[in-house]
Design a protein around this ligand. Structure first.
Ligand code: OGA
Ligand code: NI
Length: 285
């Protein structure tokens, strides 16, 4: 998978353009999160493809060059899906809920892949490889193709570099999991008075970005795992966790709307998730 990714980005621009994204669509070769013509683009090229369920595959955008890309991508993403499903089951256990609560949303779940190519930039501090964001889905598994450092995560208000480990998968928690695992928490400020309700997210999606190296290119493969797009699949705090009405700290919307809202917002940290929060009224009884 690492090899075919490198081989694809090495192809002449003319060849890669045969798989270029089309207006209003995410699949294909190009850039993601383009919402306006005036916007400054991230310093990267991407190849974004739907991989699961099979009927979402748009083969027009699956490069037939390098020759083994399609079959390799098919095998790799099937294997990664197994890893993601195992991790989700363990996380459900950690939340003390039945694995089915999450697994049933993932029957015919959407899996997409983004192969990223970050060219070097002599003025690396003037550009950004990938703008700060959190991923939309449940879990993202990222494989670094080469050992150039670039990924950073936000922790305690600071950007912390993630060191590449050869052959290791980086697991990023996405917004959907944060929403599903959220519930309200009562905060007391003395005198047994409830001052406000705050959101207790058992799992928080990780804000991350990619910076560019002045000399070396960087390549990575991110595989995103999401619930199904079935009209009945709702995204909101799980009833197994959020047991009463005050626990509904995030809006509940169908998955198609959730994704539409996510992809129409400019990439800007966790701003999308902020917009999904319900207003929590303070109480003092
Ligand atoms: C992404 C992403 C990280 C990386 O594609 O959403 O965060 O290391 N990629 O390229
Ligand atoms: Ni990401």
């Amino acid at each position: 998978m690492m090899e075919v990714t490198e081989d694809f980005f090495r192809l002449p621009a003319e060849t890669k353009k045969q798989f270029a994204q089309e207006p209003g669509q995410l699949d294909g070769y190009g850039h993601l999160f383009v919402v306006s013509e005036k916007q400054k683009l991230d310093w990267s090229d991407v190849l974004y493809l739907n991989t699961q369920p099979p009927e979402r595959r748009n083969m027009k955008f699956w490069p037939d060059s390098p020759a083994n890309l399609r079959v390799t991508l098919d095998k790799y993403t099937a294997a990664v899906k197994n890893v993601a499903e195992c991790l989700l089951a363990i996380m459900a256990k950690n939340l003390a809920i039945q694995p089915e609560a999450i697994a049933e949303k993932c029957i015919d779940g959407i899996q997409t892949v983004r192969m990223n190519y970050y060219p070097p930039c002599a003025q690396a501090d003037k550009v950004i490889g990938l703008s700060p964001h959190s991923d939309a889905g449940l879990l993202t598994l990222v494989l670094q193709v080469n050992e150039v450092q670039g990924l950073q995560i936000m922790r305690d208000g600071k950007w912390v570099p993630v060191s590449p480990i050869q052959g290791a998968l980086i697991v990023n928690l996405g917004d959907t999991f944060e929403v599903c695992s959220a519930f309200a928490n009562l905060c007391f400020s003395g005198h047994h008075q409830i001052d406000w309700l705050c959101i207790a997210d058992r799992y928080k999606s990780v804000e991350h970005r990619v910076v560019v190296d002045p000399q070396k290119e960087r390549l990575s493969i991110a595989v995103f795992h999401n619930p199904s797009m079935d009209a009945m699949t709702m995204i909101g705090p799980l009833k197994e966790i959020a047991t009463c009405e005050k626990d509904q700290v995030y809006k509940t919307v169908d998955h198609a709307s959730f994704r539409r809202l996510y992809f129409s917002a400019k990439l800007e940290g966790k701003n999308f998730l902020e917009g999904m929060k319900l207003k929590i009224s303070s109480s003092s009884s």
